[in-house]
Design a protein around this ligand. Structure first.
Ligand code: DC
Length: 218
């Protein structure tokens, strides 16, 4: 049996930074499921699919073959065989992912792949529905959150460091809207399961959060 660490939480809570470090320490693979949903959203954007058109999203998603591989320990997302990592971290793709991930066909396709990865490997997997749907029997479940203001500031710093022009108030507005969509959708909404440990990272360093999760694995 593989060892499974599930980390769920809202946008900008620091899941990927933390999950990557936990995976490095444990020598597990890290699976960023948000990147898979982003790859699907990117596919919809380049195909000019209207986010409000659920039936086209449903039909089109069968043409998107999304897989992951690893290069020097980094997850690479392949969309129809092409590495799309460079296109995934924009606000446009993130906002589209929050909409397209509501679609049941999209979720079905990506959930199958995520379960397979966790069956074959010891994993740290992060997302919105890992503890609830993808890995309901995970060995460790964490619900990682932070205040919307702190999350917006982190996202702002991340984008500013890449030289992107951004407005922190707009980022916070997007974060609140995305929380609302992710937590209230019909299928696999973001929520804390009873067996998940709540970690609020608003006033914690990355190292403190990583240590707290490693403690849970003992
Ligand atoms: O974590 P992220 O910002 O990269 O995720 C982008 C979007 O993908 C997010 O708004 C909701 C969706 N998502 C999801 O529905 N289920 C997951 N397991 C991961 C992400």
């Amino acid at each position: 049996m593989s060892y499974q660490i599930a980390i769920d939480g809202p946008a900008g809570a620091g899941k990927s930074t933390i999950a990557k470090k936990v995976a490095e320490t444990k020598k597990f693979i890290y699976v960023d499921t948000g990147a898979m949903y982003r790859a699907m959203a990117y596919f919809m954007l380049i195909n000019k699919v209207n986010p409000a058109d659920a039936s086209t999203i449903e039909a089109k998603c069968t043409q998107a073959d999304i897989t992951i591989s690893y290069e020097n320990g980094e997850q690479v997302v392949l969309l129809n065989g092409e590495n799309v990592n460079a296109h995934l971290r924009t606000e446009e793709v993130g906002n589209m992912a929050s909409v397209t991930s509501k679609n049941p066909r999209v979720r079905e396709r990506l959930t199958v792949l995520q379960k397979e990865l966790a069956e074959k490997n010891d994993v740290v997997m992060d997302g919105r529905d890992i503890g609830t749907c993808v890995l309901p029997n995970a060995d460790v479940k964490v619900y990682l959150t932070a205040s919307a203001g702190v999350r917006a500031k982190r996202r702002y710093d991340e984008l500013a460091a890449k030289g992107e022009n951004c407005d922190i108030a707009k980022i916070e507005e997007d974060i609140v809207k995305r929380d609302e969509q992710d937590m209230n959708r019909e299928i696999a909404p973001l929520k804390q399961t009873e067996d998940a440990v709540l970690i609020d990272s608003s006033c914690m360093t990355v190292e403190e959060v990583v240590q707290a999760i490693l403690e849970l694995c003992k």
